[in-house]
Design a protein around this ligand. Structure first.
Ligand SMILES: [Zn+2]
Length: 314
């Protein structure tokens, strides 16, 4: 077998992002390259000039020394970063792209502490950058989950113990810890939401919003699943209280696997996270999980989410 070329930069199949660091540095060596990427995304050749008096399909040329481009016909200025998370940031565009790259190239996430060390910004800045990148990672607008869908809930900080969930009458009561509801298609996508509690109303709202009615639900025997199941094609439940965990195809191992991934990741990478940001971290994990079989580099999948929330002009 021929020795692998030392110059080869082919990503290993196990790489989380399929974009090597070397390739990333070739593509985005400086601020200009990053700005050009955003220009091509928002103002590719042939884009209509946003100046209402012009409106022609135009080419936009870089204005030397400025983060702006101008219309070839009327000279109207456009700013590729305007309305994006990068706009008016004291952090350079190159460092922003680097942060996106770092977040996309790990399997379990990366802490703001590590970003601080890697790119040389303060911890506060690193924390804010990741927080803003996470705002791009919400998959809620995607199609509802369908097929075989496992659903389970978990109190953040662990499932409530039996003595915490039962009152003296032996009835199960709600927990007041923030609850994560995770819904996972077998071999497919996940959706995970922070819900106020594990009561019927909270669970029904989330399950009905995120799962197509023509789906098969797999859950444990928690009462809220029993009652929501009538809105779905069918329901199979595993009897955890009877210490049955797998019965043929009836199990919730997939969704429990997701919880394991999330909790181990949080414990290992972030140590602990504030409840206020719990949904953002879930979005990051679900975004990564939902693309685990994709050949498209997650780096670009994140940059594809960068949008302009207002028209850029001067
Ligand atoms: Zn124009």
């Amino acid at each position: 077998m021929a020795a692998r070329s030392r110059a080869s930069v082919a990503p290993s199949p196990s790489s989380g992002s399929q974009l090597t660091y070397l390739r990333f540095m070739e593509l985005f060596p400086d601020n200009d390259a990053c700005l050009e990427y955003l220009k091509n995304k928002f103002y590719a050749d042939g884009t209509s000039c946003p100046n209402p008096k012009c409106g022609k399909a135009s080419k936009f040329h870089r204005i030397t020394g400025r983060s702006a481009y101008s219309c070839q016909y009327c000279g109207h200025h456009v700013y590729p970063t305007a309305g994006t998370i990068f706009h008016k940031s004291t952090v350079s565009l190159k460092l922003w792209f680097w942060a996106v790259y770092l977040m996309s190239s790990t399997r379990c996430g990366i802490s703001a502490k590590q970003l601080e060390r890697e790119i040389g910004v303060t911890y506060k800045t690193a924390h804010r950058m990741f927080k803003q990148i996470r705002t791009l990672l919400n998959d809620d607008s995607e199609d509802q989950l369908h097929g075989d869908v496992e659903v389970d809930e978990s109190a953040y900080g662990g499932k409530p113990r039996a003595y915490e969930t039962r009152n003296n009458l032996g009835r199960i009561s709600k927990t007041h810890k923030p609850t994560i509801l995770a819904m996972v298609e077998r071999q497919g996508r996940v959706r995970a939401r922070v819900i106020p509690d594990r009561g019927t109303r909270s669970i029904h709202t989330a399950v009905k919003r995120h799962i197509l009615p023509a789906s098969m639900l797999f859950t444990d025997e928690w009462n809220a699943y029993e009652t929501v199941a009538k809105h779905f094609l069918a329901h199979k439940r595993i009897k955890h209280q009877a210490h049955v965990y797998v019965d043929g195809d009836i199990h919730t191992n997939t969704v429990e696997g997701f919880f394991g991934l999330f909790k181990n990741g949080v414990r290992g990478v972030y140590h602990s996270i504030s409840t206020a940001y719990l949904q953002d971290y879930l979005n990051e994990y679900t975004f990564r999980y939902n693309r685990r079989f994709s050949d498209y580099p997650m780096f670009y999948a994140i940059l594809d989410r960068v949008e302009k929330d207002r028209p850029a002009s001067s």
